[in-house]
Design a protein. Structure first.
Length: 200
């Protein structure tokens, strides 16, 4: 069970119209239980706004602690969006060059350090996460976190002069609807999920 989410998000969800939250099948509302079921990046979450809980199914999957904040923001505030094919870095988001540093540095080093120079292990993990190959870097994959929100992970193997490197890209349309702290919450989960899956 996930407990850390600002209470205002649960209050806002409890007051919301279920038909709006569930538009375009982005969630399913259980009228009897008053709960929402939402699927994000291959995992299902049950959200109970009255009990202020988020439970994963199966219960042994636990996302990184910031991800539920992204989940709630997605349900409440992200409108329908048709992503394109124009990839940008976090520094290209308005204010991103200042925000994504220090404690908000996107931890793509987790990916680079996890796979080091094992390009095939990176590719295998991307397939396990339902990634779609892209013709970028030494290997790159697109991941559909939601139909509205894709991200891309680029990976370069290291050599005797340079260490392995990973980079995350975002669809340019995110400029219009996702605050930087929510982008960070998403990015941390993406990086950490690579590490967790590779360590299994």
């Amino acid at each position: 069970m996930i407990k850390w989410v600002a209470r205002r998000y649960f209050s806002e969800l409890a007051a919301a119209v279920p038909e709006h939250i569930c538009r375009n099948n982005r969630a399913v509302y259980d009228t009897a239980g008053g709960t929402y079921s939402v699927r994000l990046w291959n995992e299902t979450y049950a959200v109970d706004p009255k009990l202020e809980t988020i439970v994963t199914s199966p219960g042994d999957f636990v996302p990184q602690e910031y991800f539920p904040v992204f989940l709630m923001y997605y349900l409440l505030h992200i409108e329908d969006n048709r992503p394109g094919t124009d990839w940008i870095s976090e520094k290209d988001l308005p204010g991103g060059a200042t925000f994504f540093r220090g404690p908000h540095l996107i931890p793509t080093a987790l990916i680079a350090n996890t796979f080091a120079n094992n390009l095939q292990a990176f590719i295998d993990t991307c397939h396990a996460l339902n990634g779609e190959p892209l013709q970028l870097a030494d290997a790159a994959f697109k991941f559909e976190i939601t139909p509205e929100i894709p991200v891309a992970i680029l990976y370069w193997s290291g050599d005797e002069d340079f260490p392995a490197e990973a980079k995350m890209l975002f669809d340019r349309s995110m400029i219009d609807f996702m605050p930087l702290d929510i982008v960070f919450a998403l990015a941390v989960e993406v990086c950490d999920r690579f590490r967790r899956l590779a360590e299994q």
